[in-house]
Write a new protein. Structure first.
Lengths: 365, 225, 250
């Protein structure tokens, strides 16, 4: 089954929570199976999926834990089925094992992460503390694609895009949201992808192929473990090369009034909304601020950020995040060598509003 | 729709989908009654997200003279996990004096959440109001609204509350509510009123529908969701 | 030179196989290969193997095969079967993968009566990692992590998997314990376990008592003696639950 079934019908604006937006977008993208385990704040993805899935002939399994949810997705996508999962916090920790397998076997796995507070069980509410885990978690090299959304419209758009990216490039793909985005209500435009000319990337099986073994096809033997260093080395280098090759096509970012900025605010996800509001307010007060937001945290728009720094001649940058330096570290490793002075606004597990950023910027001048 | 005498108390439960506007309706109703000098208790019966809904507004609403049964930020501090749970005071809400406004959270059990409230099933005072927003995907066509109402269980009346948050327009209100009213007619459920943000007052009054229009203030944006 | 008959479903480029001399895996996999041939399911079989010695079978069959993680073969097979019910999924694992690190998956797949066939090879130790104690190590048995013999006071008694799975599964499930010392019976149990999945009755599980001379440090005679005289009395062989009736055969 593919996305030929119209899920949405006439495009119109709807009023939704972020979790519901994930479900509707997954349906519209032709997702066939969800495997999940309850954890706040992603529960309503499952709630709405289980309400809607039978109406559209889609499947669901509530597994015994997140490890199993991740591995059942790995199995289902190997069988050629568009499957996904959603999780948060400690569930994201447990899923690093199957996510690693998806990296190693190049499985088109798509997962939605609604960040909650950490470390440990933390809070069920909100944070941006799963950046390191989602981009570079697991015992691998972070060959993953991570979209950090800021609005419900983006949750909808990037859920559809996320499935496509996963199936086109076969690197595990993530939509990184957070508890605020999960629970907030906001209008957005739902649509069937075909209506927008978005082509749904077809799925295909890696196992259970057509034909007769020994007559017209060979058996498939899929690997993730190798006997010798050299075997693994070749595999990882090949993945790295492919990842770097496709990165320019994947990188997405938003730049706001950086051309003449004296100071650049760098943030991602829902915090970037506060950053944009802050830029507006600061500009009104004669302070030349601009903002830069990576939409893909992996691959990171490093060349584009360097360019924004260069063309603006900005001397200072503020990195604001609801974590204690995860975006900060990611950014610094990506723009190594830049001499722009970086200051921070770290509020781990707590929301950041425009007022917080404005005050911080003023203290930096 | 509902007219109460002074010695009769108002007991109303607001049920609806996520983002239908049930909390907003409940708050507006509670403040309306309280402004008439009545004693009003507003009860947060959202068992799914008791720490998300009315909590951030608790102090503000208490400042306006309401008696609030909901978790406060202080209650939540040190509680450990803040997940689905029922505030024990909510169970006995009907035993409070004066008017009672219940804000019922979403869930597959719909209005059955009222089973959690002591005395609700025997109450002759209790009116159940279904808040419907036809920009919600699960209630965005006549067919879906009817299906939803049937799943909800018994309701005394419907509030037509079509809106799109900040992006609401007069057109959205009118078109969406028409669908709701049509279904209500078909299912023989009265429409208590059409709700609309007060900024639409001038435009809506001219429309002169046979269903009353009630103008509301939006408080929930301050609660973040 | 006489060439022994090999099952059609074996993948010849991977032969001779990679298991140690005297290892029971070869016998189990031969029986499985013959069963796949007999049931004519080679083209639609998905063979999934766990980490540990069972992983050495990853390219054993000319069937679509996939490697998983230690203990995670069960959920991968469940995912495949849920996605494509027409496929025949066979999960192949050791006692550590099934009864220890993957026990929550095994238990819950059984409770849900997942329509997959799982084969668990019990050789009373972790072979690939160098002979540590497994959930199935016998009382008093020496391993690299029980150098003075397994003390049930400290580490409990050996896990009897088919027994607990029998309790957990509804009617329709097939649960058996076989041994590499009784080849015909092993073949019959594997056939029943696969037929059960093909008929859509539900969860099918066969534990196979097997040998590990490398880690047991036994010669041929001692190996066989340990299997028949030590293991089989502790782990009774037979069908514990079968939709085909007691001793039934399909």
């Amino acid at each position: 089954m593919q996305a030929n079934v119209k899920v949405v019908g006439d495009t119109k604006k709807s009023f939704l929570t972020g979790n519901e937006a994930v479900t509707w977008a997954a349906l519209a993208a032709g997702a066939e199976m969800m495997f999940g385990y309850p954890i706040t704040p992603q529960n309503e993805v499952m709630h709405y999926w289980t309400r809607l899935a039978p109406k559209y002939g889609r499947g669901f399994l509530q597994t015994e834990d997140e490890i199993s949810a991740g591995f059942t997705v790995c199995g289902a996508v190997q069988a050629g089925t568009k499957a996904f999962t959603a999780t948060a916090g400690p569930g994201n920790v447990l899923m690093q094992e199957p996510f690693g397998m998806a990296e190693a076997m190049r499985l088109p796995l798509f997962a939605v992460i609604q960040q909650r507070g950490g470390p440990s069980s933390g809070t069920v509410i909100y944070s941006q503390q799963e950046v390191a885990l989602t981009t570079y978690g697991g015992n691998g090299e972070g060959h993953r694609i991570v979209y950090s959304t800021a609005t419900h419209q983006e949750i909808y758009d990037y859920t559809i895009k996320g499935f496509n990216t996963a199936w086109k490039y076969r690197f595990p793909t993530f939509l990184l949201g957070d508890g605020y985005q999960a629970k907030m209500r906001e209008p957005l435009e739902m649509y069937d992808p075909e209506e927008r000319g978005i082509e749904i990337v077809p799925t295909y099986p890696l196992l259970g192929l057509e034909g007769h073994i020994g007559e017209n096809r060979e058996p498939q033997h899929l690997c993730n473990i190798y006997s010798l260093e050299e075997e693994l080395y070749d595999v990882v280098l090949r993945f790295a090369e492919e990842y770097e090759k496709i990165s320019p096509e994947l990188i997405e970012y938003k730049e706001n009034q950086c051309d003449d900025a004296d100071i650049i605010i760098l943030s991602h996800g829902v915090v970037s909304r506060a950053a944009d509001d802050a830029v507006k307010a600061l500009r009104a007060q004669g302070i030349k601020a601009g903002s830069f937001r990576p939409i893909t945290l992996r691959p990171f728009p490093q060349a584009q950020l360097r360019e924004a720094i260069a063309k603006s001649g900005a001397k200072k940058m503020l990195i604001a995040e609801s974590a204690y330096g995860q975006l900060d570290r990611l950014t610094k490793q990506e723009i190594y060598g830049e001499t722009i002075k970086i200051e921070n606004l770290f509020k781990p597990g707590v929301g950041i509003i425009d007022y917080d950023i404005i005050n911080k910027i003023k203290s930096m001048l | 729709m509902f007219i109460y005498t002074d010695n009769e108390r108002v007991v109303e439960a607001y049920v609806g989908e996520y983002a239908s506007g049930k909390s907003e309706m409940a708050i507006n109703r509670a403040l309306e009654l309280s402004s008439q000098g009545r004693r009003v208790t507003l009860v947060d019966l959202d068992t799914v997200e008791p720490f998300y809904t009315l909590r951030p507004l608790k102090e503000f609403l208490e400042g306006l003279g309401l008696n609030l049964i909901s978790f406060s930020t202080e209650d939540a501090f040190g509680l450990g996990e803040t997940g689905a749970m029922l505030n024990p005071r909510a169970r006995w809400a009907l035993y409070n004096e004066g008017d009672i406004i219940l804000d019922i959270g979403y869930g597959v059990y719909g209005a059955q959440a009222l089973n959690l409230v002591e005395g609700a099933s025997e109450s002759k005072e209790l009116q159940i109001l279904a808040v419907i927003n036809s920009t919600r995907p699960m209630t965005n066509s006549q067919e879906r609204i009817a299906e939803y109402l049937q799943e909800l269980g018994h309701v005394d009346a419907i509030i037509a509350n079509t809106h799109l948050g900040d992006e609401t327009t007069l057109e959205i209100i009118m078109e969406g509510n028409e669908e709701i009213i049509a279904v209500a007619k078909r299912l023989n459920i009265p429409v208590a009123f059409i709700a609309a943000e007060e900024k639409f007052a001038a435009q809506l009054i001219e429309l002169n529908t046979d269903i009353p229009v009630k103008f509301i203030k939006r408080y929930m944006p301050a609660a973040m969701w | 030179m006489i060439t022994p008959a090999v099952p059609k479903s074996w993948y010849l480029p991977s032969k001779p196989h990679k298991f140690c001399p005297g290892c029971g895996h070869g016998i189990v996999l031969k029986a499985l290969g013959e069963t796949i041939d007999e049931l004519e399911i080679q083209d639609k079989t998905i063979f999934g193997c766990d980490i540990g010695c069972s992983l050495l079978s990853w390219d054993f069959f000319a069937c679509d095969s996939t490697q998983t993680h230690h203990g995670r073969t069960t959920p991968v097979m469940v995912g495949i079967k849920r996605a494509r019910p027409e496929l025949i999924t066979i999960g192949y694992m050791g006692d550590g993968g099934g009864y220890s690190i993957g026990s929550q998956h095994l238990l819950n797949a059984a409770v849900r009566n997942e329509n997959v066939t799982l084969i668990l090879v019990n050789n009373t130790n972790y072979g690939m990692t160098g002979g540590q104690m497994a959930p199935t190590t016998l009382p008093g048995q020496k391993t690299e992590t029980t150098p003075y013999g397994r003390d049930p006071e400290l580490t409990g008694y050996p896990t009897r998997g088919p027994e607990f799975l029998t309790e957990l599964t509804p009617e329709g499930a097939y649960i058996a314990r076989a041994t590499v010392s009784k080849y015909k019976q092993l073949r019959r149990f594997l056939r029943n376990a696969l037929r059960n999945q093909m008929e859509g009755n539900g969860f099918s599980f066969v534990e196979v008592l097997s040998t590990c001379p490398t880690n047991w440090r036994t010669n041929a005679q001692q190996t066989w003696r340990f299997l028949e005289d030590e293991m089989e009395p502790y782990f009774p062989v037979g069908e514990l639950k079968s939709p085909f009736g007691k001793g039934g055969d399909k």
